[in-house]
Design a protein around this ligand. Structure first.
Ligand SMILES: Nc1ncnc2c1ncn2[C@@H]1O[C@H](COP(=O)(O)OP(=O)(O)OP(=O)(O)O)[C@@H](O)[C@H]1O
Ligand SMILES: [Mg+2]
Length: 271
């Protein structure tokens, strides 16, 4: 199912790049009697410039689907292309290199390295790609400034609040200017207000870093209905499939006009 508000800034379908293309994707875990058929024939396109939310109840297959989109998991059958290249056509090394260049991740639990600073955490994707340390740290500092943490670059994760740690994770995801930004439950560990700030930042940070480019997209997995209305489009999953008709809740939430304005970051760091 697809919901696209009339005021969406996305250009007409004919002019848009297909960023993600899934065609009849299936994925099971285990075999025989204990097999779980997690993804049951999903077909979906995400175009460049789109901010898409993937919603649905726990266990319906959202994480599995974005893992296939990002090449972390191989589909059992069907096509999973990112910018025209099927993950299964690449070697393991080829997948890893392409993932580093094309995909940025933000997770529910931040997944920061606890022993290094916010700056070094943010620089990690660039260092892995072989960018020299000085340039990587400079670009990381720019990204931290973008997410409102320009003054906290030397802090360790434990010296930052949950919302701040998630902002570091967003900076880390954006530093390599990924073509596809994937966020899996980015607000689930945060209170309502911090969650709204984080989703706003994912939107504005992506726009800022990519200059509103039409050859990049954002996919946010969530079952947090408080943030549905930030999406350009919502895909709803149920039992391993994309639903053809939206549920009433999704219809209602996605139509709500949000009146939230992003204030300057003001959360205190934990003691
Ligand atoms: N590595 C795995 N091994 C076995 N089963 C798995 C594995 N990963 C996921 N599953 C199963 O696949 C189904 C889909 O799981 P998935 O994690 O994709 O759901 P989800 O929609 O992300 O749920 P949640 O909202 O709780 O994160 C579930 O039944 C889950 O138990
Ligand atoms: Mg999940």
């Amino acid at each position: 199912m697809t919901l696209a508000p009339a005021a969406s800034p996305v250009p007409s379908a004919a002019r848009r790049v297909v960023a993600v293309h899934l065609d009849n994707v299936h994925k099971s875990f285990g075999a025989g009697k204990i097999a779980v058929h997690a993804i049951r024939g999903v077909s979906m396109k995400v175009h460049g410039g789109e901010f898409v939310m993937l919603v649905g109840p726990s266990g319906c297959g959202k994480t599995t689907l974005v893992s296939i989109i990002s090449g972390v998991l191989d589909a059992d059958s069907g096509k999973a292309e990112v910018f025209g290249v099927d993950w299964r056509s690449l070697s393991r090394d080829g997948q890893t290199i392409r993932r580093g260049e094309y995909i940025g991740f933000v997770f529910q639990q931040f997944n920061l390295i606890s022993t290094v600073t916010a700056l070094e955490n943010t620089a990690v994707p660039l260092l892995i790609r072989g960018v020299n340390r000085g340039e990587a740290l400079d670009r990381a500092a720019e990204c931290l400034k973008l997410v409102g943490l320009g003054e906290r670059t030397r802090a360790l994760p434990s010296q930052l609040s949950g919302g701040m740690q998630q902002r570091v994770a967003i900076a880390r995801a954006l530093v390599g200017r990924p073509r596809v930004l994937i966020c899996d439950e980015p607000t689930a560990a945060l209170d309502a207000r911090t969650g709204q700030q984080v989703i706003e930042l994912i939107k504005s940070g992506t726009r800022e870093l990519t200059g509103g480019a039409q050859d990049r997209c954002v996919i946010v997995v969530t079952h947090d209905n408080r943030i549905f209305h930030y999406a350009d489009r919502i895909e709803e999953m149920e039992d391993g499939k994309i639903k053809e008709r939206p549920s009433d809740l999704v219809m209602e939430e996605s139509r709500r006009v949000h009146d939230y304005t992003l204030d300057p970051p003001d959360e205190p760091a934990p003691k």
